[in-house]
Design a protein around this ligand. Structure first.
Ligand code: FAD
Ligand code: FES
Ligand code: FES
Length: 492
């Protein structure tokens, strides 16, 4: 058992044996370390002004992830190197990213600039760098700049990311990797007292022992939801159990028939595996929050939070996913849709952990579509999300699984619409009308700031039509990305 947090900051290994469990990384940087180059804007993971990079030794290389320091808790940095804007210039010479920002006049008020530079710095060290304008846009999806305009920022990114990585970090890769690998031990970590602690178990048995002893402790995975309880609701979280280091929760098993994702697999890690199930899942994940939120937020957190507007739940319900849970040493499985009971209530006992999800692969006769409706392309929660999995015999629908987010207090299947589609022909759109009308029996949506009830009901009807029209073979005029290109890319 280790009793201190270990990480690298300003090139030195630091050990912290005491800190407040709810302290955010941004508070520690700005208030304790006086590292004020990292800015506080929204304090809720939206604007990217607080972006820093966490470097970790993973799978034989150093992985650089941009994260929102405002909603990341300090305890989550165990085993990582924290890199901030102050680390980049070496001996008075600007880093190539910083120099490109100067060359291209890519900053005016400058408040957003450190975060933008850090996002591009992470991209500078990626194995596959973003180079197209579209990929660069995705890379900066979590960074808002309201006065420079993105054209010069994208020009700076294009300039800086053109050649291979050559900076003080890449030149010291070997020694830095060794140091980071030595930090990533497999010891359980508990810091604090019985009343106030931050625990980071490495073993599943330690995690279940902790949750049994402290069923009221707050579980956190990426903290992209839980961090906001601290920054926006000013919650004090006295006992925290972080799930990010438990090996069993980080597993991915990709077989011919199914994909297993451990609960603590991040959205960034899950993306390529989900993309292999269906290209629409790649588009969905590309639009999930931002690069920073995807680097921290997890698949398990997106389900366990019980959100009626979480993006993964309806998509995975339509695909027939199974949820795995564990309490003490007892495991249980349930169809994902049964986890969501009513708004704010899930089938999970105190101290019970979501361990992962199994997602069946699509058979040749099954066709899947998922559409996210939100006001912005990136970094926006869905107003409505519709997911459709249709089994065919020839051109006749033999089974339909349809699930919507944003239409009820939970992510919910459209059982009346599903039943009405059985026996319908893809070639006779008139057959689809019964299912479209049946949505009124399946859902009574509400009006809120994201959309009115009327809009939600109308868009849900339109999405069934859009899914079936596409599955029938027609080209959709309203697609952001072409499925054809993606199917070719994934050999589908
Ligand atoms: C700027 C921003 C944009 C966002 N955009 C989107 C979006 O586009 N789509 C979307 O769906 N969501 C979005 N979110 C919400 C959030 O990022 C996701 O729901 C994310 O998947 C949550 O995962 P996490 O690991 O960060 O969860 P955490 O915040 O760590 O935890 C969330 C909840 O789940 C519980 N929990 C976590 N893991 C487990 C587990 N294994 N077992 C039991 N309980 C667990 C925690 O106790 C907590 O109650 C956004 C959030 C932000 C801040
Ligand atoms: S301050 Fe806006 S994302 Fe952190
Ligand atoms: S330079 Fe002012 S907000 Fe970006």
């Amino acid at each position: 058992m280790r009793r201190s947090l270990r990480f690298i900051f300003r090139g030195r290994v630091r050990e912290l044996a005491a800190f407040d469990p709810s302290l955010t990384l941004l508070e520690w940087l700005r208030e304790d370390m006086h590292a004020t180059g990292t800015k506080e804007g929204c304090n809720e993971g939206d604007c990217g002004a607080c972006t820093v990079v966490l470097a970790r030794a993973e799978a034989g290389r150093i992985q650089y992830s941009p994260v929102n320091a405002c909603i990341l808790l300090l305890g989550q940095v165990d085993g990582a190197e924290i890199l901030t804007i102050e680390d980049l210039a070496a001996s008075g010479t600007l880093h190539p990213i910083q120099q490109a920002m100067v060359d291209q006049h890519a900053s005016q008020c400058g408040f957003c600039t450190p975060g933008i530079v850090m996002s591009l710095f992470a991209a500078y060290h990626e194995a596959e760098r973003p180079v197209t304008r579209e990929a660069l846009g995705d890379c900066l999806s979590g960074n808002l700049c309201r006065c420079t305009g993105y054209r010069p920022i994208l020009d700076a990114a294009t300039q800086a990311l053109a050649g291979p990585a050559d900076d003080a970090f890449s030149r010291a890769t070997g020694v830095r990797y060794e140091t980071l690998a030595a930090l990533a031990d497999s010891r359980d970590v508990v810091i604090g007292s019985e009343e106030r602690f931050f625990a980071i178990p490495a073993k599943l048995e330690t995690l279940t022992a902790l949750t049994t002893t402290h069923p009221d402790a707050t579980l956190i995975a990426g903290a992209t939801d839980a961090g906001l309880w601290v920054t926006k609701k000013l919650a004090d979280l006295p006992r925290i159990i972080a799930l990010g280091r438990v090996h069993a929760l980080r597993e991915v098993v990709d077989s011919e028939t199914a994909l297993f994702l451990g609960a603590s697999v991040t959205h960034a890690e899950a993306l390529p595996y989900l993309a292999r199930i269906d290209p629409d899942l790649e588009t969905l994940m590309r639009r999930f929050a931002s690069k920073q939120v995807r680097a921290s937020g997890t698949v398990g957190g997106n389900i366990a939070n019980g959100s009626p507007i979480g993006d993964l739940a309806p998509a995975l319900i339509a695909l027939g996913a199974t949820l795995h849970l564990r309490q003490s040493d007892t495991d249980r499985d349930l169809p994902l849709e049964e986890f969501f009971i009513e708004y704010g209530k899930q089938d999970r006992a105190p101290g019970e952990i979501v361990t992962g999800l199994t997602i069946p692969r699509l058979a040749a006769h099954q066709h899947f579509r998922v559409f996210k409706i939100s006001k912005r392309f990136d970094e926006d929660i869905s107003a409505v999300l519709g997911a459709f999995c249709v089994s065919l015999e020839g051109r006749i629908i033999t089974e339909a699984r349809i699930a919507f987010g944003g239409m009820a207090g939970i992510p919910k299947r459209a059982s009346a619409a599903e039943a009405a589609l059985v026996g319908a022909s893809l070639d006779t759109p008139h057959d689809w009308m019964a299912a479209i009308k049946a949505l009124d029996a399946d859902y009574q949506p509400i009006s809120d700031m994201r959309a009115s009830a009327t809009y939600r009901a109308r868009i849900a009807r339109a999405l069934i039509g859009k899914a079936l029209t596409e599955i029938a073979g027609a080209r959709s005029q309203t697609r952001i990305t072409s499925r054809k290109t993606k199917e070719a890319a994934h050999g589908g």
